[in-house]
Design a binder for this molecule. Sequence first.
Ligand SMILES: NC(=O)CC[C@H](N)C(=O)O
Length: 267
Amino acid sequence: MATPRVCVLRAPGTNCDRETAFAFETAGAQAERVHLFRILEKPELLSDFQTLCIPGGFSYGDDVGAGVVFASQLRTQLAEVIGEFLQKDTLVLGICNGFQVLLKAGILPGGAGEWTNRDQTERQSTLTWNANGRYTDLWVNLKSCSEKNVFLKGVDTLESPIAHAEGRFIVKDESVIADWEANGQIALRYCDESGKTSKEILDYPVNPNGSLQNIAGLGDPTGRILGLMPHPERFLFATHHPQWTRKNLTGEGAGMQLFRNAVEYFG
Ligand SMILES: NC(=O)CC[C@H](N)C(=O)O
């Protein structure tokens, strides 16, 4: 199997890059933590990689809004190389702050298809302050809703931690969600312990932030891009789970499958 190279792109304030690189490495990829300033200096470096991952954290201190500054650097200073990267048979993963960046840059939900028109396309959706107005840190249940998304192959439900202040997914006009759903772009929804979810906003803590239609993750039309608020890299081993002894969990954690899928895609 070919070993894909993963660029874990970090900016000032990113703090989940080591764990995320470790997750990809454990799944069999070759992951490199690359500082955004290196790519700004030498944009062609990005073409050495098959996967781009923007990890979680507080890029630029969440100033102006989480992910906004990082996203605007991608949109303006790196537009060309990002466009080339998206056109190729590559994967993109954005975790938490990374999801915020993908959405605010306009890499999601349109992917390569919309990237060239990103300045003409009005942004339909965003991630804003949690309904409870607070930074919220807990474990949630997720239901995979897309058969198309590469990262979610073989995933039905998974538990994962969330840790964010600006994770409430909202849209300007709710009717776009039906189109995204038909396209397989609605990737993950918050659900209860039995895996049940709904389009009505479920109560806290099942839906921890008040996201519309309980949406926790979104993909592009090709299924090669995924952005999600929860942190799969924090559940690689059973022992990461707060109740692993009580629940007798052993072996891998549910988050591992997403990284393995990303590696096997290139197999
Ligand atoms: N864990 C994260 O990546 C946090 C994202 C962002 N800083 C927020 O609080 O919303």
